[in-house]
Design a protein around this ligand. Structure first.
Ligand code: MIC
Ligand code: SF4
Length: 753
């Protein structure tokens, strides 16, 4: 039986009338995204058509999901909200804190030792508040959610940007910061600017070496890392129906890499097969009567230009395999063009590692397609040239893959089978024997490839591809290997051409698992006491942030003007820093250490404007805080792209930064800043970024009149005494202005108690 089957049945029984109401209000046929959004309005108040990209709307999601690295902060905040239990079904998944080193068994044991304090905190807090808990080793949050909780027509938020993976099962699933999750867990509405809609028409069918991953690698090349911002991407067409459910998940997953609010596919037979295979035929039965509402109205897909804000067409018949990277997931190169491009760009051609896994590509189908290439190596006496590491997506996938002999195929190639967890994808990787500065290439089936992300080495060039391409490239050891045209030489000096991958969409003999790692919370957990040791280095109870003093901010200093790409990985690095995700003061020591200072092009080296010395960003900011000097941070486009981690907003807030001014924000980060009581502003005139000088003084001259829809004016006083006024825009609505005034959204929840 499916989790939440009663919630799902109730939703389905009410969905038809809600959608009919919405249709009347909007006056035209609906996309699937609109059907789900309108049927999840807070208090089902369907009275006006919302303006896409403009109106803030309150929603009531069906479920919340959190992973260990973000759940710590989410639960520390929830503990302050004064509630007995979570108001909607919620789960916590332990997947980010397991270092990939020796192989699953040893690594899991080690993680349980090293992070026991955090895992215990998460488990006991989950039990106390009625939250389902998935133990370390149970799997990667988004695979476990797809296998157990996602359902067509549902709406979910999750404290991880790749929550969007569940769009593969027809759900509107959106990544948020912990403070947003706390709203929903506390029984309050969840606010989102009504998204724009991008339609992607998939024509034809995948063939040969092309895979679902290549669809999104291609889309990323078209839309770039910010092209999906504020939009839902809805996929449709013959090609969409031909994809497996987990393949659809891969495509939706990486929608996060183009900044999309989420991505979605309409309910179809592939989803039915997946639900049946994962033991949820009760959902299939429940969906039977409202199938037509679990996809768009037919008019929408036959004339998409009329209903979407933008339409993209991709012909799967012609789609070729891609490698995206290095350093950004939207730098798309068809495998056939890699030879030329890699030479031109001087990318290292030898590939040291191939890594298969991550929430993007760790399904049974992914492993089976990669294994179909691996098996050819053995048959043809080919030796693998790169090292190979594999993280299965869940214990259910791993157990079934082992039963079916897939794991053995990889082991024959001397690959490392790591824990069912994020591992190298989030820098939880002890890459043995590597010099931390060597220029090198790796190829992986993950979703992001920002600098230093996997192994901390800024010179590791990481390329993103499908699991089967990763396998082929690992066999050849070459970045420019094209399995469609090239051959490999075997131990008998014979030239071998690899056959295209084949795989099983779902295990022929069904899934099985012995111990899935799930811990059901008790009916009443109120007696459970949560203890956080005073001297703990891993956990720290939160102190409320101070409310705004009602004054204009004046004589503020520049902490850093970040040059170019500044992702959440640059603002709050992961890898070894993940261990401090529950301790705000400790993790603040990584604040902005990866951002490039526009004045000296160095990382973690900024001028202290009182002493004149250059020093690390966190240390300099701690100096300003101690001396009561307000500061601002300036950034470029798509500032805060990538993760949902609210630490990237909380750390500067904790350290005393007051304002972040950028050319443009990534959606989740902008909300996270607002939630934590920061001023998140954008230059009205982009080129004003260039006017900001290292020694400037900043005066906000009309902050006392801060109000919805009205820009703010910033007086910039340059070192030579000259002054100029810069216009700054914001997207704060009245409620969000209250968050700022109260010091944070959480302070406001508490004051309502
Ligand atoms: C990531 O892929 O960057 C993460 C780690 O999963 C983050 C969440 C986090 O920072 O904990 C994400 O994608 O939101
Ligand atoms: Fe984990 Fe990587 Fe997925 Fe983030 S992208 S949830 S780190 S597997």
């Amino acid at each position: 039986m499916a989790f939440d089957i009663d919630v799902i049945r109730t939703l389905y029984s009410e969905m038809s009338s809600r959608i009919e109401d919405a249709k009347k209000v909007i006056g035209k046929p609906l996309t699937l995204s609109e059907k789900i959004l309108y049927s999840h309005l807070w208090k089902n108040d369907i009275s006006i058509p919302y303006k896409r990209g403009v109106d803030y709307v309150d929603f009531g999601p069906d479920r919340v999901t959190c992973q260990d690295a973000t759940a710590q902060m989410a639960l520390l905040q929830f503990m302050q909200a004064g509630k007995q239990k979570v108001a909607v079904p919620t789960t916590v998944h332990c997947d980010h804190l397991i270092l990939a080193q020796s192989g699953a068994k040893k690594d899991l044991k080690q993680a349980n030792k090293v992070s026991s304090e955090v895992f215990d905190f998460l488990e006991s807090t989950s039990k106390k508040y009625g939250i389902g808990f998935w133990k370390p080793g149970a799997g990667i949050i988004h695979q476990v959610v797809l296998e157990n909780y996602a359902f067509p027509g549902g709406m979910m938020i999750g404290t991880d940007s790749h929550t969007v993976n569940a769009g593969g099962l027809g759900m509107v699933a959106i990544g948020v910061g912990g403070a947003d999750a706390v709203d929903v867990m506390a029984g309050m509405p969840w606010e989102l600017k009504f998204p724009k809609l991008i339609g992607v028409h998939l024509k034809g069918n995948l063939n040969g070496w092309s895979s679902a991953k290549d669809v999104i690698l291609k889309v990323a090349g078209i839309l770039t890392v910010k092209g999906g911002t504020g939009a839902i991407i809805e996929y449709f067409g013959e090609g969409a129906k031909s994809l497996s459910c987990t393949g659809k998940g891969t495509i939706c997953n990486m929608g996060a890499e183009v900044g999309a609010t989420t991505s979605i596919f309409g309910y179809d037979e592939s989803m039915e097969r997946y639900l049946n295979s994962t033991g949820r035929n009760d959902i299939v039965k429940a969906a039977e009567g409202i199938k037509h509402h679990l996809t768009a109205d037919p008019e929408v897909y036959s004339e998409p230009e009329e209903y979407f804000d933008q339409v993209i067409e991709i012909n799967l018949d012609e789609l070729s395999p891609h490698l995206n990277g290095p350093f950004t997931p939207d730098l798309a190169t068809p495998v056939s063009e890699m030879k030329e491009k890699a030479l031109k760009e001087k990318w290292p051609l030898d590939v040291d590692w191939g890594l298969i896994g991550s929430c993007t590509n760790s399904s049974y189908e992914d492993l089976s397609r990669a294994a179909s290439i691996a098996v050819q190596a053995k048959k043809n006496k080919l030796k693998i040239k790169s090292k190979l590491g594999i993280n299965p997506g869940s214990e259910q996938v791993r157990y079934t893959a082992e039963r079916d002999g897939l794991i053995e195929i990889f082991e024959d190639l001397e690959s490392k089978i790591f824990t069912n967890a994020c591992g190298p994808c989030i820098g939880q990787w002890s890459r043995e024997g590597e010099d931390n500065n060597k220029k090198n290439s790796i190829v992986h089936s993950f979703n992001r490839n920002f600098a230093k992300r996997n192994d901390g080495n800024p010179n590791t060039h990481a390329f993103v591809s499908s699991p089967e391409m990763v396998m082929a490239i690992a066999l050849s050891g070459r970045l420019d290997f094209n399995p469609i045209t090239d051959t490999l030489t075997n131990s008998e000096n014979k030239e071998i051409k690899l056959d295209p991958p084949i795989g099983d969409e779902l295990p022929k003999n069904g899934f099985s698992v012995e111990e899935n790692g799930y811990v059901e919370p008790p009916e009443d957990g109120s007696a459970i006491e949560i203890k956080v040791k005073e001297d703990s280095q891993r956990l720290q109870l939160l102190e409320p942030f101070k409310p705004w003093d009602g004054e204009n901010i004046s004589n503020a200093r520049l902490l850093i003007k970040a040059h170019g790409k500044c992702t959440t990985d640059h603002i709050s690095m992961a890898g070894p820093w993940l261990r401090f995700r529950g301790h705000l003061d400790n993790i603040s020591d990584n604040c902005l250490i990866g951002a490039v200072n526009a004045f000296n092009m160095k990382t973690n080296s900024v001028k202290n404007l009182v002493t004149g010395d250059y020093g690390p960003v966190p240390e300099t900011q701690r100096f300003y805080k101690k001396n009561n000097i307000d500061t601002i941070v300036v950034g470029d486009h798509n500032y805060g792209e990538g993760s949902s981690r609210e630490h990237a907003a909380m750390e500067p807030r904790h350290l005393g930064v007051k304002v972040v001014i950028v050319k443009s924000f990534a959606r989740i980060h902008e909300t996270n800043l607002k939630k934590q009581g920061m001023l998140a502003l954008t230059f009205d005139n982009e080129s004003d970024y260039d006017k900001i000088q290292e020694d400037d003084l900043f005066n906000f001259i009309d902050l006392i009149k801060f109000s919805k829809g009205n820009p703010l004016s910033l007086e910039v006083v340059h070192n030579d005494g000259s002054k100029e006024i810069i216009k700054l825009n914001h997207t704060f609505n009245n409620q969000q202005i209250e968050w700022f005034k109260n010091g944070s959204a959480l302070n406001l929840i508490k004051s309502d108690e």
